[in-house]
Design a protein around this ligand. Sequence first.
Ligand code: PAF
Length: 298
Amino acid sequence: MFYLGESGSMLSVNRRISDIRSQVADWRSSGRTVGFVPTMGALHEGHGALIRASIEHCDRTVVSIFVNPLQFDRKEDLLTYPRDDKADQAFIEDLGAHALFLPSVEEMYPQEQWTILTQKTITNNLDGQARPGFFDGILTVVLKLFHMVSPDVAFFGLKDYQQVAVIRRMVADLNMEVEIRGIPTAREASGVAYASRNKLLSEDDRPHAALLYQALQATEAQFHQGIDDVDILLDGLRNALATIPNARIDYADLVDGVSLQLKTKKASVGDVLALAVYLGSVRLIDNLILSEKNSFLS
Ligand code: PAF
């Protein structure tokens, strides 16, 4: 099925695995490279940055939208996850992506999924600890999606830093022939990281979301002033987060940028400050990779 969007270009919309497979096979037979942006929909500028990167680097871009039940531990989170397929389809088409893969739950999981992928060590902390089974669900669905789409390159946002690290490790451990690119977090002018869940914030909590990134930046500023003691840095971060009205800290930690193990003594460049904070009932995550002083890359 093709959808003619406002820009006049054609987006191929595929609901069946067999359809996306033959679409990609067709491109491959004419020597085209394929970029892939897996999403759960409710698309925003953060996804926009991934789709643009894919269009820039690859001949053809596939975006998938699938709200994956396997990565939700609380049923109500799955039920309240924002969904708007029509707006998402227009968004993808206007950016110039070439194909949308929009499978149903039955298409993805026609029978109970007995084979679940799991990963050691790197999932011990942060979201891996706070949300048991979360990364098993992500790894399993991403592996399935990779088998269906067979991309050359897959694009993921570094807002989900641990997700990117876990997927990179899966690809290395399983000798998969897909390149994983992590794209820097897209932010609103206020500093708030774009996230589908931002839509669920109350009017009162909305302005407070910007304080999360400000707290991360203030901690990095301390690091740049020469403070590298992890306890001092994390006390400062947690105290700043504790002053945000209606906020509850799930975690606020410093981890090694590759192994994602907790840093306990000295912070170094490349370590990641990572947090998950509830504003009301909405759980937001954000992170900051500690940069060199005067770096323009942070
Ligand atoms: O980041 C997401 O939106 C999801 O975790 C992903 C990678 C699409 C897997 O369901």
